[in-house]
Design a binder for this molecule. Structure first.
Ligand code: C2O
Ligand code: CU
Length: 460
């Protein structure tokens, strides 16, 4: 009975075998497409996607393999592709207006670099991001370890959150003032790999490596897996000492978490994965167990990933900076520097900006950098969220070691590229400024970035 009511599953799960492995150039075309996000009872949604799909074509490479991608723009507007979380040459970072000119309609751009680290990453538009990512211009980028831990399947869940009308069309109020000053563009239809409330078929005893990627404009997730006991094996693509997630697994906007999941439910049972980050809980997807178990007891092989080979910051000689996020609704910020001038926030808000980093509104790409440092120096950052909203802060081109949260040192400091700072939280991070260039450092709630919550780190 139950099984005949189920929609097909596999189209939604991006499996190993569908990824690209060759060193040849991948063709990626930014263009419009149509996809059924909500289900058979609703019309398909007009989206923008890489190769017309949402998520865009998954890219899978082996560690050490070169990524060569020819990006064509068949949209009516300029675009560019940023490779989120990859340590790469600045000229390949895909920030139009900073690291390259925008790719104009009808034009192409060749990206070529060799990602040094294995892990779970993603690529997305970096032009007018709140609209272009909001319409679907993103895809998974997986760099495989030389010796990955044993798993029966390696699944990618690219999680998004759409704001749709009743006919499943996109509500086109991108960059709305209220979203900028509050929690960002929170939608009404959360999807996994472009499907609302999808079903993932599993088997009792199966071990699944689950790569969570949050491609939402603004929504953060905190996922509960019922009676399953997920082990966290990587955060923001980088290996961690595996630990059991006793609490919901938090994936902030732009963040990634790799889990190892042993499917211990009974054959033929159904188990929802529930989000509870905000007040209202909802089922994101459902695991549906097949009748036949795969094995009687879980695998006992190691789930450790090889540690990342990222230069360790020299904490003793590090240059210290404090970076304070301020502004937004209920933030209490009165004045800030706008184009070099102190102004009342009320006046700045009239121009569409409401946030500041260290009292400076990040309204341009050619603004003076927040941090200007010589190549090779270590930086120690005290990040302070002095606002009423969570902010996932992303530094391009680097990973930062998270040392402490609210003054409590982490027993196992770990690498991050998009740490989520909760309201009033502080985090201490450190990194080696080893990659020359102009690197964006911004909140990945895309409406916050567009409203001033961003700056630059310049390394020369
Ligand atoms: Cu995910 Cu500025 O990027
Ligand atoms: Cu933010």
């Amino acid at each position: 009975m139950v099984s005949c009511a189920l929609p097909a599953v596999h189209a939604n799960t991006i499996e190993k075998s569908t990824g690209k492995k060759s060193t040849s150039t991948i063709e990626i075309t930014a263009k419009t497409g149509k996809t059924n996000l909500v289900g058979p009872d609703f019309p398909a949604t007009n989206v923008w996607g890489f190769n017309g799909r949402v998520p865009g074509t998954p890219i899978r490479l082996n560690q050490g393999q070169m990524l060569s991608a020819m990006v064509h723009n068949e949209l009516d507007v300029p675009t560019a592709v940023h490779w989120h979380g990859i340590r790469l040459p600045n000229a390949m970072d895909g920030v139009a207006g900073l690291t390259q000119p925008p790719i104009q309609p009808g034009e192409s751009f060749h990206y070529q670099f060799t990602p040094p680290d294995s892990g779970t990453f993603w690529y997305h538009s970096h032009v007018n991001a709140y609209e272009q990512i909001g319409r679907g211009l993103y895809g998974p980028l997986i760099i495989e370890e030389k010796t990955p831990p044993v798993a029966d399947r390696d699944l990618v869940w690219m999680i998004d959150d759409w704001r749709l009308n009743n006919d499943a069309s996109i509500i086109e109020d991108f960059g709305a003032g209220h979203d900028k000053s509050h929690a960002g563009r929170i939608g009404n239809v959360p999807t996994v790999n472009g499907r609302f409330r999808d079903v993932v078929k599993v088997r009792t005893g199966e071990r699944i490596r689950l790569r969570l990627i949050n491609a939402s404009n603004a929504r953060n997730f905190a996922l509960s897996f019922g009676e399953l006991v997920p082990s966290v094996i990587a955060i923001d693509g980088q290996a961690v000492q595996p630990y059991v997630a006793n609490e919901p697994v938090v994936v902030g906007a732009a963040g990634r978490v790799d889990l190892m999941l042993d499917m211990t439910g009974d054959p033929s049972s159904i188990m929802p994965v529930v989000d509870g980050f905000y007040r209202e809980k909802f089922d994101l997807v459902k695991f549906v167990y097949e009748e036949k178990p795969l094995r009687d007891s879980p695998l006992e092989t190691s789930i450790d990933l090889a540690p990342s080979d990222i230069p360790e910051p020299d904490l003793k000689n590090a240059i210290a900076h404090t970076v304070t996020m301020a502004g937004g609704a209920m933030g209490g910020l009165q004045r800030a520097k706008f184009n070099g001038e102190w102004m009342a926030l009320r006046e700045i808000a009239q121009q569409g900006y409401v946030w500041a980093l260290n009292d400076v509104v990040g309204n341009k790409l050619d603004m003076p950098p927040l941090i200007d440092v010589q190549k090779g120096k270590s930086i120690r950052l005290m990040m302070v969220n002095d606002t009423a909203f969570p902010h996932p802060m992303h530094l391009h081109g680097h990973h930062m070691k998270l040392l402490s949260i609210d003054g409590q040192p982490l027993p196992e400091p770990r690498w991050v590229d998009s740490p989520l700072l909760m309201p009033k939280q502080t985090m201490e991070l450190a990194f080696v400024a080893d990659n020359p260039g102009n690197w964006l450092f911004h909140c990945h709630i895309l409406e916050h970035h567009a409203a001033g919550l961003g700056s630059l780190v310049r390394i020369t």
